[in-house]
Design a protein around this ligand. Structure first.
Ligand code: ATP
Length: 358
């Protein structure tokens, strides 16, 4: 349905704002370089204030970079106003016209483009069918639920057939259950239409479930870009490991390395792990253990003491002291396995593939 899938490229993008308190300039976006493939769904993810919304707004043209260049396809677009760019944005607040009904909200962009009436009608009705709002075209927008309003906003953005669709935290105003079903819906529609999508969220599970690629931002910079799987299993920094999913960190001394694996020593115990670290033999690296990557056994790699043991239904949740750190462990479907109690000694055990140093 999109005319042409377009990629997006940012080259050395900088945005400087003045801190209203200190009156000092700071880089809200600090030398961002990225390339988004045509037709892919890419999410900007990071903590509040990391610069993700500013980056999105610069692609849309609502903000101008202080330096750097933005490309849509092969076209440099810095000088273009938002309505001259081949983008459309879906906002957190929906931003619908309250005095228009559903049909007129969706038809708005087509009327501006002075399309013939029958063509407008066909495009709007097709779009309402796509977002499953057929029959609602005569409703006022204040007679719609939040989820329905966001569907109207999505239809309004898609109907003008932009090359790139931009989303600014579109699900933030919806309740938790609706957010989950709407994100699946948005992904389905994006794949059906085959449009390039850039999506901003601070919700990591939203980002994981919806994206081809995730861009993790921190303090105006890109920390890592990769598929959800790459980011989860191969984080480039402690910040990324901590931001995506849960992670335990232990200091580990590197004893030897062989390609992608290393033998490390934690608390006088040697173990083999995956090696994503730049540390040399003899240096200390950070070992990352996801809570689901380790199990508790009577015999194993690293002795520990249980300090919390809680039944959570799907899993037994533990806190264990090991190597001087508190380690969280989620033991899924523990039926038939020993449940350790607070105060007991045990061992952390894991396969060399599931634990890594960075
Ligand atoms: P959030 O998830 O809270 O929306 P974000 O990652 O989207 O955060 P941005 O909205 O891009 O962050 O803001 C980045 C930084 O720039 C923040 O420190 C913010 O306070 C600041 N900022 C944003 N807009 C302006 C502005 N118009 N003037 C001054 N500072 C601004």
């Amino acid at each position: 349905m999109a005319k042409e899938k377009k990629g997006v490229r940012l080259e050395h993008i900088v945005k400087i704002y003045q801190d209203p308190k200190t009156k000092k300039d700071f880089r809200a976006v600090d030398d961002v370089n990225l390339e988004i493939e045509p037709g892919s769904f890419v999410t900007l993810l990071g903590p509040s204030g990391c610069g993700k919304t500013t980056t999105l707004r610069m692609i849309a043209g609502f903000e101008s970079p202080d330096s750097g260049e933005i490309y849509l396809g092969d076209q440099a677009i810095n000088a273009l106003t938002p309505n001259k760019r081949d983008t459309a944005m879906v906002f957190q607040s929906y931003a619908l016209f309250p005095h228009y009904n559903v049909f007129d909200n969706v038809a708005y962009g087509l009327k501006l483009r002075k399309l013939p009436g029958d063509e407008i009608r066909k495009k709007v009705m097709d779009m309402l069918d796509l977002v499953e709002l057929t029959g609602m075209e005569g409703r006022q927008t204040n007679q719609l639920s939040g989820g329905q309003q966001q569907r109207v906003a999505l239809a309004r953005a898609l109907v003008v057939e932009p090359g790139v669709l931009l989303f600014d935290e579109p699900l933030s105003n919806l309740d938790a259950k609706l957010r989950v079903s709407m994100r699946t819906e948005i992904r389905k529609i994006q794949q059906k239409v085959g449009i390039t999508a850039v999506y901003v969220t601070h919700d990591q599970s939203e980002a994981m479930s919806i994206s081809d690629e995730i861009i993790i931002m921190n303090k105006g910079r890109i920390e890592q870009m990769g598929t959800p799987r790459e980011i989860y299993y191969h984080p480039s920094s402690r910040f990324v490991a901590d931001f995506i999913g849960e992670a335990n960190f232990l200091q580990a001394k590197v004893k030897s390395m062989d390609g992608e694996t290393a033998v490390v020593n934690v608390d006088e115990h040697d173990m083999t792990v995956k090696n994503y670290s730049k540390a040399a033999v003899g240096e200390t690296a950070t070992m990352v253990i996801r809570p689901e990557a380790a199990v508790l056994r009577d015999e194993g790699l690293l002795p520990c003491k249980i300090v919390l043991s809680t039944f959570m239904g799907a899993y037994q949740y533990y806190h264990a002291m090991a190597g001087g750190e508190l380690i969280q462990i989620t033991d899924y479907n523990p039926v038939g396995r020993r449940i350790y109690q607070v105060g007991e000694q045990a061992h952390l055990d894991f396969s060399p593939e599931s634990v890594y140093i960075i």
